[in-house]
Design a protein around this ligand. Sequence first.
Ligand code: URA
Length: 244
Amino acid sequence: MAEPRDVSRLLRQHKEMESFFAGDFTLRSRPVSAKVEPSGEPQRLLEEIAEEVRACRKCEIGSTRLNAVPGEGNPKARLVFVGEAPGADEDQQGRPFVGRAGQLLTRMIAAIGLRREDVFICNTLKCRPPENRDPRPDEIWNCLPYLKRQLAILRPEVIVALGSHAARTLLETDTAIGKLRGHFHEYRFSDADRPAKVMPTYHPAYLLRNYSYENRQRVWEDLQKVADALGLQLPKGSRQPEPS
Ligand code: URA
């Protein structure tokens, strides 16, 4: 099982190393993370990243996967959902959140008056870890530049981090999801930019496994805060999303 502490240590080390070197020869100049995104059309830029992801073999899981799952959705989305990693259904189809957890996510999106096509959905890892094991720190590390580049293109106002892996990776922390959820944090695209608001919440798969009233209530509260931050009007009669 991946140790979240390892992930945040890795990220911290990376940051320290970056500021230590602070030159063109830094890790920033690695091809995947360094590419300066032209201010071109987001759709095309996202497709370029998706192509790179499909060709990526940086980790072992790049060879055990059936399909890479780069992510999909509206290139002008104001709201982005970031999950953990593709499962078996996503691996089969090459699309994010299409299994049972995905159906619940679709309902969560509908509960705040949006459709999947209105938002962008992606994962921390773009390949399925075998047996649905947790992402490993080195895999998160290898995949992170893709996610960062996607977010830099999308520049959403709000990011919903689904579950502890997404939340801890985006926020570079090892704090438990139960403590992180419920209020907004910041994600900085770069030092100069206005940060995105990050709302960590429970992963829909966790919710399906732990389907208590309290957990549903917590996720619903988080989603309502997201809707509020985006100035969305909740659909009439909107209530906690239920699995089918
Ligand atoms: N769980 C995730 O975190 N992502 C998916 O795409 C599907 C299930």
